[in-house]
Design a protein around this ligand. Structure first.
Ligand code: ADP
Length: 410
């Protein structure tokens, strides 16, 4: 058994997953949330395996336990997590993790690969909080708490931005005054890199084709959404930019917008920078257009014939089509187009509409395959389609665990 613990830490919560990297199976996972509130919540799930179920036992159900108690900070949260492992298993005393992997949102221009965490790396992650003020401090709080809980094992940082460090200057440079840009590190960084890397590699493996020979487009459509053009395994363009706000229409984010809209709202509507930040990040996208950030609600409202839901859907897929076309042009055609995350994996109509006009570029969706409720990685294009279109369930925790192990045990 080679257990690796993966930590994804936010400001008032963290998720964890323990994976056995011999089999790449999840042994346990959990969520500690409402840290710092009067009552916190900790949920721990032990994932069933045929071995767990034991001989003669017919049950293969995962077992989840929930506790409610005050959790003042991340260190206290880790103590609650360790308690859950001790009480409900698997025992970390018997099989301690060989390494701990941490999701870190922003690696700036400094981190382009998974990195062993040292005091200097912690200082660098902290310093990058200038670029990710909500995320990096929260990621660091998780790292500090985890290093206290597991002082003996290597800890590895896996950055959301790292996969996009292969972007060329032409792709990452904004056309603004270069001195201003340089002094404030204003450029495109890209996010969701762990997922884009995982999906593009899974797609190549599934098709039995060398990654280095494939031109790929990956649509990661979750609550946050981004699309990446990948040439031979290297990200060459991606829709998120300086922050995750740029690009596609998302659950609550506007994606691309003329920046002059902000000048106008500041001058004419008296909105402050914080108001505008809140508007574009938290009250826009599907939520702003149709009153819900969840595509399932939009779909239900469309069935009721609600015009604002119909418009929201049209705006959403219009943007997807624009990026599909742009990235076909940047790559000079594609071999594979993949869809992943909550919307990408579960919304056939989004997939069909996003690619519906690309017959001229050799993209042909098979509607029966696209509508199929089958799970797992699968082809949704026709056999005659020049471009293979896939649905690929993403697994960011597994990717973090793989990268962590590659550093901890090179
Ligand atoms: P996150 O970005 O929070 O990790 P996910 O990848 O889990 O998000 O995606 C969440 C979103 O996926 C939901 O807000 C919803 O819009 C969409 N989604 C989830 N399940 C379905 C479904 N069965 N049909 C359509 N959309 C879905």
């Amino acid at each position: 058994m080679t257990p690796v613990l993966v930590i994804n830490s936010g400001s008032s919560s963290f998720k964890y997953q323990l994976l056995d990297m011999d089999t790449e199976r999840t042994l346990a996972s959990g969520l500690v949330e409402r840290i710092g509130e009067p009552i916190g919540v900790a949920r721990h799930t032990v994932h069933a395996t045929p071995v767990d179920a034991g001989e003669g036992s017919p049950t293969f159900l995962d077992a989840t336990r929930t506790r409610e108690l005050p959790i003042p900070d991340h260190t206290a949260g880790f103590a609650v997590m360790l308690d859950a492992f001790a009480s409900h298993g698997p025992s970390l005393a018997d099989t301690p993790p060989v390494a701990v992997g941490h999701r870190v949102v922003h690696g700036g221009a400094r981190f382009f690969e998974p990195t062993l965490i040292t005091p200097l790396v912690e200082i660098n992650i902290d310093e990058l909080s200038v670029l990710a003020p909500l995320h990096n401090p929260a990621n660091l709080a998780g790292i500090v708490a985890a290093r206290t809980a597991f002082p003996e094992v290597p800890h590895v940082a896996v950055f959301d931005t790292a996969f996009h460090q292969t972007l060329s200057p032409a792709a990452y440079t904004y056309a603004i005054d270069t001195e201003i840009a340089a002094s404030h590190r204003i450029r495109r960084y890209g996010f969701h890199g762990t997922s884009h890397k995982f999906v593009s590699e899974a797609a190549a493996a599934f098709l039995g084709r060398p990654l280095g020979e494939l031109k790929q487009i990956v649509f990661h459509l979750g609550n946050g959404a981004s699309v990446t053009a990948i040439d031979g395994g290297r990200s060459i363009d991606t829709s998120m930019g300086f922050t995750p706000l740029e690009g596609l229409v998302m659950g609550t984010r506007s994606g691309d917008i003329d920046p002059a809209v902000l000048f106008q709202l500041e001058r004419r509507a008296g909105m402050s920078v914080d108001d505008l930040d809140d508007l574009l990040n938290k009250r826009s996208g599907l939520l702003g257009l149709a009153g819900s950030n969840d595509l399932r609600d939009i779909r239900a409202a469309m069935e009721r014939g609600e015009p604002r839901a119909l418009l929201a859907f049209e705006v959403y897929v219009h943007r997807l089509r624009a990026y599909a076309g742009a990235y076909l042009a940047q790559l000079g055609g594609a071999d594979v187009i993949s869809f992943t995350a909550g919307v990408g994996e579960n919304a056939p109509r989004v997939r069909a509409e996003a690619l519906g006009t690309l017959g001229f570029a050799g993209v042909e969706i098979d509607h029966e395959r696209n509508e199929s409720a089958e799970r797992g990685i699968r082809v949704i294009s026709t056999d005659a389609s020049a471009v293979t279109v896939l649905v690929v369930p993403t697994d960011e925790e597994l990717e973090i665990a793989r990268q962590t192990l590659s550093v901890a045990r090179p």
